[in-house]
Design a protein around this ligand. Structure first.
Ligand code: SF4
Length: 90
């Protein structure tokens, strides 16, 4: 799973502010994910980010803990549609 929050837009941020989702904004602020060409790192301390912080494990399934208000990039995502997907063909 790739960390999509590097692709969060200002529209996503505005929506979360409007919805009072400070929990999400705090995580975005803490991670500061940055796409480094072939992997994600934290702008804060350069650490490797290997998964989305909103991805949770429920029983036998991985789930999005913010599904109802997930970022636009996740709503619009189709396999192979982005450079962060291994199936991407630019
Ligand atoms: S759908 Fe949810 S868990 Fe998956 S990348 Fe987007 S925010 Fe993260």
């Amino acid at each position: 799973m790739v960390d999509f929050i590097a692709y969060v837009t200002e529209r996503d941020m505005e929506r979360w502010r409007r919805e009072g989702r400070q929990d999400i904004l705090d995580i975005i602020d803490r991670e500061q994910a940055f796409w480094a060409g072939d992997h994600l790192i934290s702008k804060v301390d350069g650490r490797y980010l290997d998964r989305c912080p909103f991805l949770t494990w429920e029983g036998e399934l991985h789930c999005c803990s913010i599904h109802e208000t997930r970022p636009e990039v996740c709503r619009n995502y189709e396999p192979g549609s982005s450079e962060i997907c291994s199936q991407f063909r630019g």
